[in-house]
Design a protein around this ligand. Structure first.
Ligand SMILES: NC(=O)c1ccc[n+]([C@@H]2O[C@H](COP(=O)([O-])OP(=O)(O)OC[C@H]3O[C@@H](n4cnc5c(N)ncnc54)[C@H](O)[C@@H]3O)[C@@H](O)[C@H]2O)c1
Length: 415
């Protein structure tokens, strides 16, 4: 039996994934609205496949409950899938993680061996230098009483269920045999290769992955800016032809080596910052990573300037923003480039902005107070806009040039 703490994108996927393996899973979520939605059998966000999994397992193998004591008493593993947002100086903020671990310790009443597993993304050495001392500070003997481990998650939003059920590899950061056995048993049904590595290596692999992807995006963006200053270059065509090279043909990695208006979402921005801060703490100033972050931070302003130029710097022009989620296929607007671009335009004096997104408008309006009116339909946006900017590469926007005579700024190079 497993308890999963935090039922967001990662937690709900993990809980239902373990339920699919046949385990009994308790889910704990602090956000009452999110919990009530899940308990009623609905998803709190858009994730293909996860809705069916919830219907299959709710009340059978998956029990979202508020009673920590029942959940922890019955569980051999406790999975932490809480947020690890931006902290001071870009460092990962572990407040939610510590809070959840503390809530776990508060309800342990027996001597049963359990493994506390962090699935949240945490910088290398966090388990060893922070979580274990935190537990020891609460009088826990590690690993005699409780095991600790990490199990980083590599899923992509919009593909959570597919990525969990067809994982490429499972990474387990463990430092004692007993915990390793418990975790291997948990993943007994998994066909992907399982790698048991040191605690630090487990954490490092996750950041290695996100940093590499972010670097690819930033170098692609830098090349698109280089193409702009040289002139006479069809950037989208150049990248598509580059991708014909068989070395770029396997998997979806080429989608990261493609220009756009900067990476966003919950993971890459905060994880690159946290990793940079963590490495700097150890005395090494990573130049490539630093410039990857710097360029990404500049992309909203660069993109806003492109849009303003298309509007001939006319502050009264109606700017139509197509796409608000950070990626197509998702309604997640955390750290979405669209918000930063609209904010930059607002600050530059552009207040006449309309926006449309097929799924993310409600989320966007909840998270951001910007001078921007959401319109109900794609058609309505095209009717109102003097200039149209594609900021999220939803496939439905591919026909935009056939539907409007207004100038189109293709910030995602999708046309
Ligand atoms: N979203 C992704 O694509 C993705 C991919 C891989 C890894 N991650 C990492 O996984 C972690 C979670 O990400 P997410 O996108 O699922 O976040 P999320 O914000 O969607 O979900 C976290 C959930 O934890 C809940 N929570 C916080 N404290 C709690 C507590 N004490 N008890 C119970 N619930 C609590 C929050 O209310 C929230 O619903 C982060 O560290 C993130 O970096 C995310």
């Amino acid at each position: 039996m497993v308890t999963v703490v935090g039922l967001g994108f990662v937690g709900l996927t993990t809980a239902l994934g373990f339920a699919e393996y046949g385990h009994k899973v308790y889910g704990i979520e602090i956000n009452e609205t999110r919990m009530a939605t899940i308990q009623s059998g609905k998803l709190p966000f858009l994730e293909p496949g996860l809705d069916e999994a919830l219907k299959r397992h709710l009340g059978k193998n998956f029990f979202p409950i508020t009673d920590w004591e029942t959940a922890i008493a019955g569980s051999e593993c406790v999975y932490y899938c809480v947020g690890t947002p931006y902290g001071e100086n870009g460092q990962a903020d572990l407040t939610y993680l510590y809070g959840a671990v503390e809530q776990t310790l508060d309800v342990i009443r027996d001597k049963k061996f359990r493994v506390l597993v962090t699935k949240s993304t945490i910088p290398p050495s966090t388990t060893e230098k922070r979580i274990i001392p935190f537990l020891e500070g609460h009088g826990v003997k590690v690993p005699e009483q409780l095991g600790v481990a990490n199990n980083p998650e590599f899923l992509r939003e919009g593909h959570c269920w597919e990525d969990f059920t067809h994982a490429d590899r499972i990474v387990l950061g463990v430092s004692d045999e007993r915990s390793e056995m418990v975790l291997r048993a948990l993943y007994a049904e998994e066909s992907a290769p399982i790698f048991c590595v040191s605690l630090n290596t487990g954490e490092f692999i996750k950041y290695l992955s996100n940093t590499s992807l972010a670097c690819l995006i930033s170098i692609a963006n830098e090349m698109s800016l280089a193409a702009d200053v040289i002139g006479g270059i069809d950037t989208a065509e150049a990248f598509r032809i580059l991708h014909m090279d068989k070395r770029w043909q396997t998997g979806t990695i080429r989608s990261y080596f493609y220009p756009g208006c900067g990476y966003g979402g919950y993971c890459l921005p905060k994880d690159t910052n946290a990793f940079y801060a963590r490495i700097k703490d150890s005395g090494f100033d990573c130049q490539i990573l630093k410039n990857t972050i710097r360029l990404n931070d500049e992309m909203p302003e660069i993109t806003a300037k492109r849009i303003a130029r298309a509007a001939k710097e006319s502050k009264g022009a109606c700017i139509g923003i197509l796409g608000l989620s950070f990626n197509p296929g998702s309604d997640d607007v955390r750290d979405t480039p669209s918000a930063k671009i609209i904010r930059t335009l607002n600050e530059a004096g552009y207040q006449n902005i309309v926006a449309y997104d097929p799924v993310a408008m409600a989320e966007f309006q909840t998270h951001f107070q910007l001078d921007c009116r959401c319109v109900d339909t794609y058609e309505e946006l095209l009717k109102q806009a003097d200039i149209v900017a594609i900021t999220t590469a939803w496939p439905m926007f591919a026909d935009v040039k056939t539907r409007t005579n207004s100038p189109v700024v293709d910030c995602r190079y999708m046309l």
